[in-house]
Design a protein around this ligand. Structure first.
Ligand code: ADP
Ligand code: MG
Length: 585
């Protein structure tokens, strides 16, 4: 076989393999072009997830007749006037998008630059340009995507999934450019010049209002970096990364360094399978980052990734630390609730000699040899009450496998001893387990409300919630429709003061996403339990001795008490005998 130069249409189809993956990538490329043309109003319509038709109208600069003719040539671009690949101020610059899209669809362009006396229409199929009455800006119309390349057509997902991908593209660009107005399918509207926080609410949903914290940090390293935007309070989280929006020098990216840094910043306050929300904007000198590493430009290459990573983690941790302090409960106004009677050291009669209680155990207990029986308690600032009763050390720990509380460390772990071991309890995991088991066994007591709580919802969400009203009742929630687009809650689990709007929206999403499968009840409990947990005991909360004791007793009574519902351990025993080996006893 001899070497031959490939014909243009084949080269374009090959390039399209990289640039045009689906309708969403067509939308991404054409909307980016509209932004590069200086538009401040962009209207996108997508039919059948982009398979049948994609229509993008902008009010940007438009094109002259010559530019219109050139724009579908390969590597034709107006965006690299001075050949400097390191200094790129446009979203696109490779000059591949339009020829690639044209090669796998039926594309036409209407445009008018205001200087010519009329507009122009380009039929990319025929390669013909004719005058038109198009008045200003540009319209790109893409029909029958991949109809010419049936093999690619097969890789498109369901229309629903493709629509979601389009929406995701628009959301990312809408957060990149709050000064620009976007309309998608006449349904999603982002008005131009929207304040960032308002746009974040429009993109992520009403539940984020009041739950996002501003970020503003600067660093001199890497030639000067700036990080701005908003991140979610640790109590607000999603089950996937849908609401993580990251930007580098104004460009939406999905970069591993940034995602990793975000995760690391939340490590102590969120489980690995939960995702914080963010709209984060990193700015750094163009020379410190290469945006030209992938054809779709969603990945970037940092010259000094470790500096970037460290800067982001540090900046976000500082914000999170401030929110922890702000949210810490003040005395008399605890945000924590506990089920069941509170059994604490304080409730226990103290008429017995403390010395008898804390006798050294034969194995050499924690307090062996200590003359002061209150040593453990007082040393850690605990009340100097002495546990019960019948003088025998074994009785004290009977039915209390997790033992007595010594104190709390790092506002995160409870330390206790059962005489034989030091017990370390993860307070958040413990509480999660307890709540979940109560939900599962319908042990949640419901409490009628004097005034029902009304939650506004879209009609389809109302329908979703009503369809599982029975299961909700089993979980302590009694509710009904309140007009067409609201739900009224008449009874709720006692002591649960959750953000009910966010709970119901979350559950409606779940029902609409998964329907009525066999595990609906189970998943519902898990969701409610998660909401309940996030509002109560979490890592980072200071607990008093009574609260810690009640938590231990509760976990002892709970089935599967040793594991939280994410499968993580709840407590760990460190045997005294193991400690002895540390000290070579
Ligand atoms: P690139 O964006 O990398 O330059 P494209 O193939 O996406 O390559 O576009 C080619 C050229 O067509 C652009 O450089 C621009 O000059 C012109 N163009 C494309 N879309 C528009 C638009 N909506 N308004 C004005 N000009 C456009
Ligand atoms: Mg482009």
């Amino acid at each position: 076989m001899s070497v031959r130069l490939l014909p243009d249409y084949l080269v374009n189809q090959i390039a399209a393999g990289e640039v045009v993956e689906n309708g969403a990538s067509v939308v991404k490329e054409t909307v980016e072009n509209a932004l590069d043309a200086g538009s401040d109003q962009i209207i996108v319509d997508v039919v059948d997830g982009g398979r049948t038709m994609i229509n993008i109208v902008d009010n940007g600069s438009g094109m002259s007749r010559e530019d219109l003719a050139k724009c579908i040539e390969r590597h034709a671009t107006s965006k690299l006037p001075d050949d400097d690949l390191m200094n790129i101020n446009f979203m696109g610059f490779r000059g591949e998008a339009l020829p690639s899209i044209a090669s796998v669809s039926e594309m036409s362009i209407d445009t008018c630059n205001g200087a010519d006396s009329n507009g122009w229409h380009l039929d990319c199929e025929k390669g013909e340009i004719r005058p038109s009455d198009w008045q200003s800006g540009t319209r790109i119309r893409v029909k029958n995507l991949f109809a010419k390349t049936p093999a690619r057509l097969k890789f498109l997902k369901t229309d629903r999934a493709e629509n979601m991908a389009v929406l995701d593209v628009i959301k990312r660009l809408a957060l990149a450019r709050t000064d620009v107005g976007f309309v998608l399918n006449n349904k999603w509207r982002f008005p131009k010049n929207q304040p960032l926080m308002e746009r974040i609410v429009a993109v992520m949903g009403e539940d984020v209002r009041g739950a996002m914290h501003a970020v503003g940090a600067e660093s001199a390293s890497t030639g000067g970096m700036k990080l701005t935007g908003y991140i979610s309070d640790p109590t607000l989280r999603r089950a996937s990364s849908v609401d993580q929006f990251l930007f580098v020098n104004g460009r939406p990216v999905k970069d591993k360094v940034l995602v990793g840094a975000l995760r690391a910043a939340y490590m102590d306050v969120m489980h690995a399978r939960e995702f914080p929300l963010c709209a984060l904007y990193l700015t750094l000198p163009a020379s410190a980052v290469d945006v030209n590493v992938s054809p779709t430009k969603t990945e970037v290459h940092f010259l000094e990734p470790n500096h970037v990573r460290a800067f982001i983690i540090k900046s976000l941790r500082e914000v999170l630390a401030r929110t922890m302090v702000a949210n810490a409960p003040v005395a008399g106004e605890e945000k924590i609730y506990f089920h069941g009677p509170i059994i604490s050291r304080a409730n226990v009669p103290t008429n017995q000699s403390p010395r008898a209680v804390f006798q050294p155990r034969p194995v050499g207990g924690l307090f062996a040899g200590n003359k002061n029986p209150d040593f453990a308690g007082t040393a850690l600032g605990a009340p100097a009450h002495t546990p019960a009763v019948d003088t025998n050390v074994d009785d004290i720990f009977e039915n209390r496998p997790l033992g007595w509380v010594i104190g709390q460390i790092a506002n995160k772990y409870i330390l206790a001893t059962n005489g034989e071991s030091l017990v370390v309890i993860d307070q958040h995991a413990a509480h999660e387990r307890i709540t979940y088991e109560k939900m599962r066994k319908h042990e949640i007591k419901s409490q009628p409300l004097l005034t029902p709580i009304v939650v506004q919802m879209r009609a389809e969400d109302v329908a979703a919630i009503l369809s599982i009203a029975d299961e909700m009742r089993a979980s302590g929630l009694v509710l009904d429709a309140f007009g067409e687009d609201a739900i009224a809650i008449f009874e709720k689990p006692a002591d649960w003061d959750l953000n009910w709007a966010s709970v119901l929206h979350d559950i409606a999403d779940e029902v609409r996403a998964y329907g009525h499968s066999a595990q609906l009840g189970e998943r519902l409990h898990l969701k409610l339990a998660n909401h309940a947990c996030h509002h109560s005991v979490r890592a980072g909360q200071k607990l008093d001795m009574n609260q810690m004791d009640a938590l231990l007793r509760d976990i002892e009574r709970t089935e599967h008490g040793g594991e939280c519902n994410h499968g993580r351990p709840v407590y760990k025993f460190i045997p005294i005998s193991e400690m002895d080996t540390w000290f070579e006893r």
